[in-house]
Design a protein around this ligand. Structure first.
Ligand SMILES: [Zn+2]
Length: 408
């Protein structure tokens, strides 16, 4: 079902703009009117990262007149594998500024608005206000639920995308969508599809689990495609549809997503009537892991001392790296043994540890301290009462102890 165009056309295109957009203008569905609508459109892209990079480049090239960029991070070398809006000379530069410069190079007629503060409950509604739609490139659940709720309260469409390794998903969430006659089409929101966030530690982030760089372009460009359709009122937008992409099988699937009448946000008896505490709602780590880590977390500096003492024979412990073998190949803390987290979950890891009776302390670490907190809970549960984990993981080790190793 096509929906009415979100944006009224601008008064006119300049001669330069007509030349620039000629390949759009000769598509009958877009035409002069569609291009004028894009010129008048205001789109906010959250994050100039994996999804935001291709999304911003194509939105700018397409002639979306005002592009907001909500981004507080700086460019890191490990971003360049997929965040193609940034280059080598942008490393350490604010991502928003770097993105703005790239956009100016592609299309100087675009007005770029930077929002360089971290989005939170205090500013998200003000930042979103005035935009026609939101393109979301964030990769954490707390922000995603906040964006969904804020877009709902402002009644604007939320163009969502998500990527992990070889899998991508995209949809448009817009419970306030109406048809040509102004009638509600009962469209769902993100909470209708995912009422609860996954248990903390269950779904690794891209930083923990990796993502194929080109997948960002595939899903990011789907998001731009949906944005253009909504802004200009052409085609059949992915409102109430979930697109699932499997890059390894080269398979696209499209599923219907129905509005959930019991949805906490857009349902008949909504309980979420204002922004909530999203960090608490999603939880950084599970309760078990938080309990296990409380009072049993050491710093990388403490670990460095402990390793020295172990070398001198003054102390003995086992340092267990719970990451995956491919991560262990990139960098490692010297003297660690690899037992991936999965082995703790399936129960085979304990046989690889000295018995509890041996009295050897177990020290665990992962990339950043999330996975090792989860495995710490398992190990403590098995009776290793003095087990600890390393806060900040190998990332902190490389930053604070051994900068000669690569980070990722
Ligand atoms: Zn809903």
């Amino acid at each position: 079902m096509s929906l009415p165009a979100l944006v009224a056309p601008a008064d006119e295109l300049t001669i330069d703009e007509v030349r620039r957009y000629s390949r759009h203008l000769i598509i009958p569905d877009v035409g002069m009117t569609g291009q004028k609508r894009l010129k008048n459109a205001k789109v906010l892209v959250i994050g100039a990262g994996g999804l935001g990079s291709p999304a911003l480049l194509y939105l700018a090239a397409a002639g979306v007149g005002t592009l907001g960029i909500a981004e507080f991070d700086t460019v890191d070398e490990s971003n360049l594998q997929r965040q193609v809006i940034h280059g080598v000379s942008d490393i350490d530069k604010p991502k928003g500024l770097s993105a703005k410069e790239s956009i100016a190079e592609i299309n100087p007629y675009i007005n770029v608005v930077l929002h360089e503060e971290r989005l939170d409950n205090d500013n998200v509604l003000q930042v979103f206000e005035g935009y026609d739609l939101i393109v979301d490139g964030t990769d954490n659940f707390a922000t995603r639920y906040m964006v969904n709720d804020a877009a709902y309260f402002l009644k604007i469409p939320y163009v969502w995308g998500s990527i992990y390794r070889f899998d991508g998903q995209a949809s448009v969430f817009w419970p306030h969508a109406t048809d040509e006659n102004g009638e509600s089409i009962d469209a769902p929101c993100y909470r209708c599809l995912y009422p609860e966030p996954p248990p903390p530690g269950m779904v690794p982030s891209c930083a923990e689990g990796g993502v194929l760089g080109v997948l960002c372009a595939q899903i990011g460009s789907i998001q731009v495609n949906e944005a253009i359709k909504l802004l200009t009122g052409i085609g059949d937008p992915a409102v109430g549809k979930l697109v699932i992409y499997d890059a390894l099988e080269l398979e696209w699937r499209k599923l219907k997503v129905r509005k959930d009448p019991n949805c906490a946000l857009c349902g008949d008896h909504a309980t979420v009537t204002e922004l909530i505490d999203y960090e608490a709602f999603c939880g950084a780590i599970s309760e078990e892991a938080a309990d296990a880590a409380a009072g049993s977390t050491i710093s990388v500096i403490q670990l460095e001392h402990m390793l020295k003492e172990r070398e001198e024979g003054a102390r003995d412990f086992v340092l267990v790296d719970v990451r995956e073998p491919n991560e262990f190949e990139i960098n490692r803390i010297p003297g660690s043994v690899l037992i991936p987290k999965g082995d703790f979950l399936n129960g085979t890891a304990l046989a690889q540890l000295p018995s509890v009776d041996a009295g050897k302390q177990i020290v665990m670490h992962c990339k950043s301290g999330v996975r090792s907190a989860e495995t710490l809970a398992i190990v403590k549960g098995a009776g290793y009462a003095d087990a600890v984990h390393v806060g900040g993981g190998v990332v902190a080790w490389v930053n604070q102890v051994d900068p000669s190793q690569p980070s990722y």
